[in-house]
Design a protein around this ligand. Structure first.
Ligand SMILES: Cc1cc2nc3c(=O)[nH]c(=O)nc-3n(C[C@H](O)[C@H](O)[C@H](O)COP(=O)(O)OP(=O)(O)OC[C@H]3O[C@@H](n4cnc5c(N)ncnc54)[C@H](O)[C@@H]3O)c2cc1C
Length: 410
């Protein structure tokens, strides 16, 4: 019987279990879970804070998932080291697990810059885990002034979660715009205006110079008083297990299309891995749920001796803030086409005759057609691009393109 070990218990790990079971119904699967709970949908932690998500219902899979898939989960344990020669994983409790194939699906950790005086701040939090959300819930039992450092996805999701609980929310970021990693300047402006309407205050192009207890002195001189500080500056891929074992790593653990690392029988998937982004044409960490799911499943199939390659990974985000829907995908290079819509705007980026990326703000229906164009690198000569920019409809595809994309008979 083959022995599988999965380090981490998030989306990538769950998908890895499914990939393994699709090929090998009998092998022994052990999951090492640093968090003391079954895999859950991390994006839902802000909904929990808002009171919109029942903690019992944020599980990524049904409560009997591990039982049904026949996995053993070691909760509250961390993997400390992988020995690729002995093919073992050492755990925090001193146990040593032998494996035939191991998948590192360890996600990422919050990055905390060395701010001067940070040690003087008593109430400071990250916003990555359900435990973080529970702590923030407690910290804001009575209305508090909140300072969030970081106007990226996690910082803004935290702001949305705390809205209604906090007396005031100020968000600062060194970047000159919100969501700088996924929006261009116009899109960021629209989203910022929407958030400001709700009462959020932004200090952009600025960050904290030093903390002193409950005050932050900004680089531009402004003093911001707060009760609760959230640090959402960014995340770093958890690469140490593979790096320390001698495996290749960039910003994430280097993986090929089968999610193999440079170490034999060691795979990696999800936020800790760095695979090919086909819209960018280079390796990148794509720290997103769909990617964690595709990568985890691919790793699982290959670990169990099946054959699967992930050849169409692209960055894509589907998020919303206070009812404003945003969807983005791909890279923003080449020629730009913009359509204004009743609810916002759609922006498309094309180069070399294919769609490279898009930013949809407000109207995001059927955006899967756009992502399919990017993933498949569909030549736009077979597409009525003027039509599809306005309405995501398969009627915009030529017969040949429809046949290629949907298998229709021409
Ligand atoms: C607030 C928030 C909002 C988000 N919103 C979106 C969104 O709208 N859309 C989207 O696509 N993505 C979103 N994301 C990102 C998304 O949640 C991640 O891409 C996804 O969860 C990654 O899954 P993963 O399985 O790779 O890692 P994780 O879900 O991070 O799971 C990794 C697990 O491994 C554990 N671990 C780490 N090291 C060890 C070790 N040595 N031993 C044992 N266990 C270990 C960690 O504790 C963690 O539980 C959001 C993330 C956050 C925090």
């Amino acid at each position: 019987m083959k022995r599988y070990v999965i380090v981490g218990n998030g989306v990538a790990a769950s998908a890895c279990i499914e990939g393994i079971r699709n090929v090998d119904p009998d092998g022994a699967v052990t999951v090492i879970s640093a968090e003391n709970r079954p895999a859950y949908c991390r994006p839902l932690i802000s909904y929990y804070l808002e009171g919109r998500a029942d903690p019992a219902k944020i599980g990524y899979r049904a409560p009997d998932f591990y039982e049904k898939t026949g996995c053993r989960v070691l909760y509250g344990q961390t993997a400390e080291a992988i020995d690729p020669a002995a093919k073992t994983v050492s755990l925090s409790d001193g146990a040593v697990l032998p494996y035939d194939a191991v998948c590192v699906a360890a996600g990422s950790s919050p990055f905390v810059p060395p701010f001067a005086g940070l040690e003087t701040v008593r109430e400071k939090y990250s916003f990555m885990t359900m435990d973080d959300a529970l702590q923030l819930e407690k910290a804001t039992e009575t209305p508090k002034d909140v300072l969030i450092v970081g106007a990226g996805l996690i910082g803004l999701k935290c702001a949305e979660g705390l809205y209604g609980r906090a007396r005031s929310i100020t968000v600062c970021d060194l970047a000159d715009r919100v969501l700088s990693s996924i929006l261009d300047a116009d899109g960021a402006k629209a989203v910022q205006a929407h958030l400001e309407q709700k009462g959020l205050r932004f200090l952009l192009g600025d960050t904290v110079d030093r903390f002193d207890g409950n005050t932050a002195q900004m680089k531009n001189g402004e003093i911001v008083r707060f009760d609760v500080l959230v640090l959402a500056v960014g995340v770093r891929a958890n690469t140490a297990l593979v790096k320390n074992a001698g495996g290749a790593c960039g910003r994430g653990i280097t993986v090929n299309e089968k999610m193999e690392t440079s170490l034999p029988d060691v795979f990696a998937a999800g936020d800790c891995a760095e695979g090919e982004d086909v819209s960018f044409g280079a390796r990148r960490v794509l720290a997103l749920m769909p990617n964690a799911c595709f990568q985890g499943y691919t790793a699982g199939v290959n670990m169990a001796g099946g054959e699967k390659k992930l050849t169409d990974a692209i960055p894509m985000n589907a998020i919303g803030f206070f009812g404003l829907h945003i969807m983005t995908a791909g890279t923003y290079t080449g020629d730009v086409y913009e359509e204004k819509t009743a609810l916002g705007s759609k922006k498309f980026f094309t180069a070399d005759g294919v769609l490279k990326g898009f930013i949809l703000i407000g109207e995001t229906q059927r955006a899967g057609l756009y992502t399919a164009l990017i993933r498949n690198r569909t030549p736009l000569e077979g597409v009525d691009f003027a039509l599809i920019r306005k309405t995501a409809t398969s009627a915009a595809f030529s017969k040949e393109t429809r046949a290629k994309m949907f298998g229709e008979v021409v």
